[in-house]
Design a protein around this ligand. Structure first.
Ligand SMILES: Cc1ncc(COP(=O)(O)OP(=O)(O)O)c(N)n1
Ligand SMILES: Cc1nc(C(=O)O)sc1CCOP(=O)(O)O
Ligand SMILES: [Mg+2]
Length: 201
């Protein structure tokens, strides 16, 4: 499976409506703390925008809702994975991306035979407090040797200036939150990302 080199992560369907039509081909809906009815509405709207735009939609965390809403890709962290029903996810035909932050998590992730592995935080992130120091580029290169043919996603502190480094060190896709949504002009920044990732598309 090939992943687009630009992996946008946002926390609402409204962001998806704003940014995906610019040409984004891989987006994650990462919503925290929302009640189920509203969450379902967000997923359903995101799904319909992505279907029209030919963009792959990944649902973070909520694998049961993803199945029920007919989505086809979920991202889970290690705590999410520990509580998830992998057989149900596979039975429903969902593709699965998994987070990793150290060797033990990588071993757990590979046991689950995911469709991609994410490594983070490659650089310091301001989005959330993390237990891990920045992994650095050499760690990405090491992960690339371990994950086999499946794509490797780099996440954490990325911006267009850091892309060449992460791709040179083995990342297949670069995931981003704050560099885009906290930018004064998120649409212009999204276009910069699209252009900066074009050589790897
Ligand atoms: C592409 C990608 N990589 C890592 C994460 C982090 O997932 P997780 O560790 O479950 O943390 P939360 O995002 O749920 O806070 C991700 N979402 N996407
Ligand atoms: C959600 C998330 N997960 C990470 C991990 O390392 O698993 S880093 C991260 C935040 C990514 O946001 P930004 O691009 O703003 O740094
Ligand atoms: Mg999670």
């Amino acid at each position: 499976m090939k992943l687009d080199p630009f992996y946008l992560i946002v926390d609402s369907a409204e962001w998806i409506a704003r940014l995906v039509p610019l040409g984004v081909k891989l987006v994650q809906l990462r919503i925290k703390d929302m009640e189920e009815i509203a969450l379902r509405a967000e997923i359903s709207r995101a799904k319909s925008i992505c279907a029209s735009a030919g963009c792959t939609l990944v649902i973070n965390d909520y694998w049961q809702l993803a199945i029920e809403e007919g989505c086809d890709f979920v991202h889970l962290g290690q705590e999410d994975l520990a509580e998830a029903d992998l057989s149900a996810i596979r039975r429903a035909g969902l593709r699965l991306g998994l987070s990793t932050h150290d060797h033990s998590e990588l071993a757990t992730a590979l046991d689950a035979n995911p469709d991609y592995v994410a490594l983070g935080p490659v650089y310091q992130t301001i989005l959330k407090k993390m237990r891990w120091e920045p992994q650095g580029l050499e760690r990405l290169a090491e992960w690339k040797q371990c994950v086999g043919p499946r794509p490797l996603v780099a996440i954490g502190g990325l911006n267009p200036e850091r892309l060449a480094g992460v791709f040179r060190h083995g990342a297949d896709s670069a995931a981003v939150v704050t560099d885009i949504i906290c930018n004064a002009d998120p649409e212009a920044r999204t276009r910069e990302w699209l252009e900066a990732t074009a050589p790897w598309r």
